[in-house]
Every structure is written in C-alpha cells, then in structure tokens.
Design a protein around this ligand. Structure first.
Ligand SMILES: Cc1ncc(COP(=O)(O)O)c(C=O)c1O
Length: 443
C-alpha cells in the first residue's frame, strides 16, 4: 500500500540518514524555536512582506547591513521568486538579456512569463573533468558588442558542482558597457563568510537561496540589491509573482539565521572549510577526483568525481547509503554533497568511514561526445514556446521540431535545447545519447 506523504516523510526521517543535502539547518537547528507557533498572517503587529514598514523591514535592513548591500529583501518563495524579480527589475516585455547558458529552469520560466528574450553566452567545458567551467569571455565581449541594447547579464555562480565564475572580471567588462550584472547565487549564500560573495565581486543584483546552505527553512531566500535605483522597485517586482500568504515561520527563520550569522558566520564557515578539507584529503588519498582541485570552486562544496575510481555517481550513492549518508545530487560521473556548520560529528564520522572503505575500480573515462553543445537557432521566443500549444513526442520524431521545454543533461549542465529552439540532427543525437525518451515541442 502507498504511504501518505506525512507517513512517508516520517518513515524517511526514521532512517536517520546524515543530511549532505539542502536545507542547511540539517533538521536540528530550529528544534528549540517552536516555529509553528509563529505561523501568523499579516496583522498590525506582524508587518506585511510586500509593504514592509515594521518588523520585516527591520529584519531586511539587518540582512542588508550584514551583507553590505544597498538593500536586501526577504522571499518565502525561494530563490525562484528572487530570480523572477531580478529579471523584472531590469527588463520590460520585448527586451533582450545576455544570459549564461547554464541556468536553472526558473530563469527560463521567468523569461517566458515576462516575455524577455535571452542572448545566450557560451560556457567553456573542461575536457578532463566534464564540468562546465568559466563563461567564454571572448564570446561575452562579442555578444556585448553585437547587442548594444541589452541592459543586463544573468549569470549562475556557483554551479551545483561549486564552480565559481570570475565575477570581478565579468563585472568590470560589463560595467564598461553600462550592463548590469545579475547573479543567481542560489548555492552560495554562505560565500559572504568566505570572502567570495558576488556582492563583493561587483555584482549589481544577487539572489541567495538562503535555505540551501544556511540555517533557514526551505523556501527562505533573500534578494540583494547594490544599486539605489532598485531600492523601490524590488518589492513590486516580488509582489508580481509572490504568494500573498508568505510563510511567517520561513521569514522568522531568515531573521534567526541572520542573527546566527552576525555572531558566528565567519568563524563557522572557516571551520566548515577545514572540515571539508579533511574530507578532501581522504578523497585524494583514495584517488577520488575532486572538482575543487581543478576548478575555481566554493571551498565548502564536495563534488566527488566518482568516475575516477570506476563508479557512476548512482553506484556511489548506493555505497553512501550503507553508511547512512544522503547526498544532494548524483549523476553519471559525480556525487555532490552539501555540508553545513549544522552537520553533527556523526555525519562527518560516517562520511570519513564511507570514503575510507571505498574500494577503487578501474577508472572510467568521461565520454564528452556531445560536450561541445552548439546553441541551436531559435524559431520562437521562450514565451511563445512555453505558453503556446505544445505536444509530447518521442525523440525519434523530434527532428526539426521546435522545443517547448528545456532539456539539460548533468554534467555539464548545459541545456541541449531551450524552449523555442530548433531540434537539429546534433540535438536529436545528443538527446538520445543522454537517454531522453520524449520531448515537449510546439504544435
Ligand atoms: C542554480 C539554482 N538557481 C535557482 C534555484 C531555485 O531556487 P529555489 O528552489 O530556492 O526556488 C535552484 C534550485 O535548485 C538552483 O539550483
């Protein structure tokens, strides 16, 4: 018999696996706060998110001070809401935006809903690691020159694997052209405390999915603004997409996290970095490739290249389960772990034991047959593709059709097709290679 969701969650909890995935509170941090007793609505005493003038405004100002932004804003609708707001703040219907080809699906949806058209900027793929690395700077410069009407560029940094962009360089290049830099820092809210936050590298607008790496309830995020002119437009942009019933426990958790970070942020993330370095040492000794050894990375992200000891990420996860460890992500070649300062000693002991006991097999080579994914021509806008009539068809029938969805194999995490793009022979072969069976196309 199938379990109810509630029972299934309880059953999962009883497995007592160590959480090396989001959220960053790891199930312990809020035990003493009784947050469900604070599940209020907008009342005279509790303030109102989109017209904040009391306690919420104070809490937002406190985050702004901590991060050194011009202003910061709360979201109880995740980073997705912050992303929608960032694009709305910089673009109007019909505008173009320069955009990293590695983007979360929420970015594509936001561009579609706001009728904004991307001009894609390429990413380089590292042949030996199979990971998408830096933005292709010559391509960025070329696109900036060819599109003098774009007002902003949208970037993802860090990636799921922890790879960071050289935001100082990119911001400098864009500033010279008067182009705003928007950064999806979903996985890097904690980077402030390691001296690597996008706000400190020249970004103008930054979205932090605080719940991923900080002690914040799922859905809690913040949007940072580094330009005065956006101070008054952020709220209305967020209200356009956000629920009129934002969760007070989620907002309270953001405020509690801010207080914790003020006191402990620098100390705790330095400690976390050292803990991760201990894990990395074991991995190196066991010949497990680490993404952070070859790329400019978040030093607290653990991306293990399991191919280097002959395992797929899926096989490796099964081994981790034997040690009661749940990772964040696995794919053909990698397992990604997201630790936080709220992992307990048992979690670290289990992880060390798991890595120590792994028996290496013959290394696998990463197959990069489709790594140089070209950007296919677009025959419809993202809006037309995702909001119009579409139909699901088999991959064998999709040649020359126009995609109505994103298909994005990981790694490298670069989409094969985006909505509105034509599926050519290369894309059809790539989709088959990556195991896609069906695709939604325009009717
Ligand atoms: C890079 C990136 N951006 C945005 C998001 C969306 O964030 P949220 O789930 O907080 O809405 C995610 C979620 O996984 C992500 O990985």
């Amino acid at each position: 018999m199938k379990e109810s969701l509630y029972n299934q969650l309880k059953k999962y909890k009883n497995l007592e696996r160590s959480s090396f995935h989001t959220p960053g509170h790891k199930g312990h941090f809020f035990s003493r706060y009784n947050l469900n007793s604070l599940d209020f609505t907008e009342l005279p005493a509790t303030d109102s998110l989109y017209e904040a003038s009391g306690a919420i405004k104070l809490a937002e100002n406190r985050v702004s001070k901590l991060y050194g932004s011009e202003s910061s804003f709360f979201s109880a609708g995740g980073n997705t809401l912050c992303i929608q707001a960032m694009i709305r703040m910089c673009c109007r219907a019909g505008d173009k935006i320069l955009c990293d080809r590695i983007v979360h699906r929420s970015v594509v949806s936001a561009m579609g809903l706001l009728n904004v058209t991307p001009v894609w900027v390429k990413r380089l793929v590292d042949k030996s690691t199979g990971l998408a690395s830096q933005i292709d700077i010559p391509d960025l410069k070329f696109k900036l020159k060819a599109n003098p009407d774009v007002k902003a560029i949208y970037l993802t940094s860090p990636s799921y694997y922890g790879v960071l962009q050289d935001l100082k360089l990119i911001s400098e290049i864009c500033r010279r052209k008067g182009v705003l830099v928007l950064v999806d820092n979903a996985h890097g809210s904690h980077l402030k405390f390691l001296g690597l936050h996008p706000l400190d590298q020249g970004a103008d607008l930054v979205s932090d999915s605080a719940h991923k790496t900080l002690p914040v309830l799922t859905g809690g995020a913040w949007l940072h603004v580094n330009k005065k002119e956006f101070k008054n437009t952020a709220k209305s942009a967020m209200a356009l997409f956000g629920s009129t019933s934002p969760s007070y426990p989620v907002m309270a958790s953001l405020d509690i996290a801010c207080g914790w970070l003020e006191k402990n942020g620098f100390k705790e993330y330095k400690r976390l970095k050292c803990r991760v370095e201990e894990i990395n040492e074991i991995a190196r000794r066991k010949n497990i490739f680490l993404a952070s050894d070859s790329h400019f990375c978040d030093p607290t992200r653990i991306a293990l290249g399991t191919y280097s000891i002959g395992y797929s990420g899926f096989e490796f996860r099964k081994l981790l389960y034997k040690f009661k460890i749940e990772p964040e992500l696995c794919d053909e070649n990698y397992v990604v772990l997201i630790p936080s300062p709220h992992n307990i000693l048992t979690d670290w002991q289990r992880l060390k034991l798991a890595l120590e006991s792994i028996e290496a097999k013959e290394p696998k080579t990463i197959d990069l047959k489709f790594e140089k994914t070209p950007i296919p021509p677009a025959k419809a806008t993202i809006s037309e593709a995702i909001l119009g009539e579409s139909t699901q068809i088999g991959i064998n029938e999709c040649l020359n059709k126009i995609a109505a969805e994103v298909i994005c194999p990981c790694p490298p995490g670069i989409p094969v097709v985006m909505p509105g793009e034509v599926i050519g022979t290369f894309e059809q072969q790539a989709l088959k290679y990556y195991g896609a069976k069906e695709i939604n196309v325009i009717k």
